[in-house]
Design a protein around this ligand. Structure first.
Ligand SMILES: *Cc1c(COP(=O)(O)O)cnc(C)c1O
Length: 438
C-alpha cells in the first residue's frame, strides 16, 4: 500500500550521520477524499485538527465503499461511544484488509454494545481521586488526568467512560493539585495523562509543566501520550518542542504503539524530535485480540520500537472495562507471547507484562514460570531454550553429593547434577561444533 515503514530502513541508512528521513511517498492520496491534499497540508497538525473525522458521515466520505450494513453499525455504536479519528491515523488503514489492525483500533464495531454488565471504571480510579483529576494510588507517584480529549479515540480505551463527554480541561484543577502535592511531599513522579495531554494547547501545557516543575519534591514529569502514534506531526511544532525542551530535565514521554504498522516515517521523525531534547521515550502496549495477540507481530513491534530508540516498558493485559471486552484475550496468550520474547530477542525489546488489578490494586507483573523447583540448598531454574539448571540460592559453598541416587529434577535439587541441556538448542549445537563445550 506504499505505507512508509521505518522497519524497512536499512541499517546502513540509519547509521549515516547526515541521514535525514524524507517523506517521499504521499500515501494518503490512495484515498480519493484526500487526493488533492498536499504534503504541506497533510503533515500540518492544524490541518489534521481542522479535518477531524468526528461523525459517521465524515467517515463515509473517506470510506465510501462501506456497505449499508456496516454504515448502520457505525452510526448505532457512535451514538453510545463517539467516533473521532484524524486523517493521518485513518490513512494508515489498508482498506483491502477486513481485519486491518489500525481499523480495528479506531472504527466502531457492534461488539462494543454487547457487554452490558462490565464496570465502566474497573480500576476504581475515581475512588483514588484525591482532588479532582488527580489519582493518587501508589506511594510516590500520582496520575493527573489533564483532559478527556484525544487526537483519535481508541475503541479499546480503558477510560471509555470519559471519552466523548463534553471536553473538560483538567487545567482548572491545577491549583488544587499543586496544593495537594505540596502537602504530600512523598510524591515525586507525576503521570500527566488524559485523554491526551499533547492535545492541550501549548499555553495550557506550559501552565501545567511550569506549576508542577516548580514544586521542590517533584523530580519526574511523565507525559502519557498517544500523539506520536496517532498525530505525530503535532511534534513538528517548533513552539511545542521549545516548551518541552524548557522542562526536559524532568520530562519523560510514555507513548503507546500497538502494532508495527503504526511505526511510520512520520512517527519516527516525531520520536526523533523528542529524543533530541533529551527526553527518553518509553512505550506501553495493550494486548488486543485481533490486533497484536500474536508472537510474530509482537516481536516485530518490539524490535521496530528499539530501532527508533523507544524502549518497551509495559505490555498491559486489556482491562475488563465495559464496551471493550471483545478486545480481551486470555492471560495464557499474554504469557505465550512473553515466552516468545524473553531470551529470543534483545532484552531491551522485552516489556514487563502487567495486569492492572480490578478495584485499584495497581499493576501486577506476571511472567512465565522460570522457577521449576526449590529445596533449602538448591533452586532449579529453566532458561528460554528449555535447559534446566540447578543454582545455589544461599551463597554458601556447596559440595556435590557422593552417591548419585536420584534422576530428574530431584537430582538437581539434591545436588548430584547441575543441569539438563535442551536437546534442540542452537546454542548447545553451536558449542558442540566449536568443541568448547563445558
Ligand atoms: C500506572 C499508574 C501509575 C504509574 O505506575 P508505574 O508502574 O510507575 O509506571 C501511577 N498512578 C496510577 C494511578 C497508575 O495507574
Amino acid at each position: 500500500m506504499g505505507q512508509p515503514q521505518v522497519s524497512s530502513l536499512s541499517s546502513e541508512q540509519r547509521r549515516k550521520k547526515d541521514f535525514e528521513y524524507k517523506i517521499e511517498d504521499e500515501w494518503w492520496k490512495k484515498f480519493s477524499a484526500w487526493r488533492d491534499v498536499s504534503k504541506e497540508e497533510f503533515l500540518d497538525w492544524r490541518w489534521q485538527y481542522e479535518h477531524l473525522i468526528n461523525s459517521p458521515e465524515k467517515l463515509f466520505r473517506v470510506f465510501h465503499w462501506l456497505s449499508e450494513e456496516e454504515k448502520k453499525e457505525i452510526v448505532e455504536v457512535s451514538k453510545v461511544y463517539p467516533l473521532l479519528i484524524n486523517p493521518y491515523y485513518l490513512s494508515l488503514v489498508n482498506p483491502n484488509d477486513k481485519f486491518d489492525p489500525i481499523k480495528m483500533q479506531c472504527i466502531p464495531s457492534k461488539e462494543e454494545l454487547i457487554d452490558k454488565a462490565s464496570p465502566e471504571d474497573p480500576l476504581a480510579e475515581e475512588s483514588d481521586e484525591v482532588v479532582p483529576n488527580l489519582v493518587h494510588r501508589y506511594p510516590d507517584r500520582a496520575l493527573y488526568i489533564t483532559t478527556n480529549f484525544c487526537a483519535t479515540y481508541c475503541r479499546f480505551c480503558t477510560r471509555k467512560r470519559i471519552l466523548g463527554k463534553a471536553i473538560v480541561s483538567g487545567v482548572s484543577s491545577l491549583q488544587k493539585i499543586v496544593d495537594y502535592l505540596k502537602q504530600n511531599k512523598q510524591v515525586h513522579d507525576i503521570v500527566i495523562s488524559g485523554g491526551d495531554p499533547l492535545t492541550l494547547s501549548n499555553k495550557d501545557l506550559e501552565k501545567i509543566l511550569s506549576e508542577l516543575s516548580a514544586i521542590d519534591s517533584i523530580d519526574t514529569l511523565r507525559l502519557g501520550s498517544r500523539v506520536p502514534v496517532t498525530l505525530p506531526m503535532r511534534l513538528f511544532d517548533e513552539e511545542l518542542l521549545e516548551l518541552l525542551e524548557k522542562y526536559s530535565d524532568l520530562l519523560w514521554l510514555n507513548t503507546h504503539f500497538n502494532h508495527p504498522n503504526e511505526i511510520t516515517e512520520v512517527s519516527y521523525l516525531a520520536i526523533k524530535n523528542v529524543l533530541k531534547l533529551g527526553i527518553p521515550v518509553n512505550n506501553q502496549t495493550v494486548l488486543l485480540k485481533g490486533v497484536n495477540d500474536d508472537v510474530e507481530v509482537m516481536r516485530k513491534l518490539m524490535l521496530s520500537l528499539i530501532k527508533i530508540k523507544v524502549r518497551p516498558y509495559y505490555l498491559f493485559h486489556c482491562d475488563p472495562t465495559k464496551g471493550i471486552r471483545h478486545f480481551r484475550t486470555t492471560v495464557w496468550k499474554g504469557l505465550e507471547i512473553m515466552e516468545g520474547l524473553r531470551g529470543h530477542i534483545s532484552g531491551l525489546a522485552v516489556p514487563t507484562y502487567v495486569i492492572d488489578a480490578p478495584g485499584g490494586g495497581g499493576k501486577i507483573p506476571i511472567m512465565p514460570n522460570y522457577i521449576i523447583s526449590m529445596s533449602e540448598e538448591r533452586i532449579v531454574l529453566r532458561n528460554f531454550e528449555g535447559s534446566i539448571v540447578s543454582y545455589d540460592p544461599t551463597g554458601r559453598a556447596l559440595t556435590k553429593k557422593e552417591n548419585q541416587r536420584f534422576e530428574g529434577i530431584i537430582s538437581l535439587l539434591e545436588g548430584s547434577f547441575d543441569k539438563i541441556d535442551s536437546l534442540d538448542s542452537e546454542r548447545i549445537k553451536r558449542r558442540k561444533s566449536t568443541s568448547k563445550s563445558s
